[in-house]
Design a protein around this ligand. Structure first.
Ligand SMILES: Cc1cn([C@H]2C[C@H](O)[C@@H](COP(=O)(O)OP(=O)(O)O[C@H]3O[C@H](C)C(=O)[C@H](O)[C@H]3O)O2)c(=O)[nH]c1=O
Length: 186
């Protein structure tokens, strides 16, 4: 397994070892001991999976408030997405900054996103399946959002389009208005 740091402290690209042979391939998509060896101690408690039919679907930017903030380990198992993490940890030197990466069925890359980050992705193919592990159970009362195109955050999404959004995501606030919610201090 290869871990690569990003510009955001704690956001890490995870690349499992892939064992190919004449039948196809095998990989361990998650191994607690390997992450622990790298100093990453997470107890995941829930697995999620979403399907997005259309290219240009955008889910996010989402986070759960403390005490239900979630660490996420995200991968794309069908098609391809542009996955984004935004630092919303008050006091962080990279507060409001973002990191994005292509996660695809082909590249088998994963993104580890710690608590204190908002998360979202845009599908760059049709028929996308995303699977991710979280270390806190879903808590709808703590579920919050930030608008995908907040001009202050300035995420450079891969397609210059009006994405397909949920009603909730259509109405999400900008970071400035959302930040009164944040209790997560780095
Ligand atoms: C997240 C979640 C949702 N739900 C239910 C609530 C709704 O009835 C339905 C769809 O939820 P939502 O529209 O919030 O789903 P997404 O827009 O894919 O949200 C997710 O997408 C972004 C990328 C994330 O990082 C979050 O994990 C998550 O917020 O599933 C559950 O029952 N359990 C859950 O853990």
């Amino acid at each position: 397994m290869k871990l690569t740091k990003t510009n955001l402290d704690g956001v890490v690209i995870v690349e499992p070892n892939v064992f190919g042979d004449h039948r196809g391939w095998f990989m361990e998509t998650y191994n607690e001991a390997n992450l622990l060896e790298a100093g990453i101690n997470i107890k995941f408690v829930q697995d999620n999976q979403s399907f997005s039919a259309a290219k240009g679907t955008l889910r996010g930017l989402h986070y759960q408030l403390e005490p239900k903030a979630q660490t996420k380990l995200v991968r794309c198992t069908r098609g391809a997405i542009y996955d984004v993490a935004v630092d919303i940890r008050k006091g962080s030197p990279t507060y409001g900054q973002w990191f994005g990466i292509d996660l695809t069925e082909q590249n088998k890359k994963q993104l580890l996103i710690p608590k204190g980050f908002a998360h979202g992705f845009m599908t760059i193919t049709e028929n996308v399946e995303v699977q991710y592990k979280v270390d806190e159970l879903y808590a709808p009362e703590c579920d919050r959002g930030i608008i995908w195109n907040d001009p202050i955050i300035g995420i450079k999404w891969p397609m210059d389009i009006k994405p397909i959004l949920s009603e909730k995501d259509e109405k999400a606030p900008v970071l400035k208005d959302a930040e009164n919610n944040f209790s997560y201090e780095e």
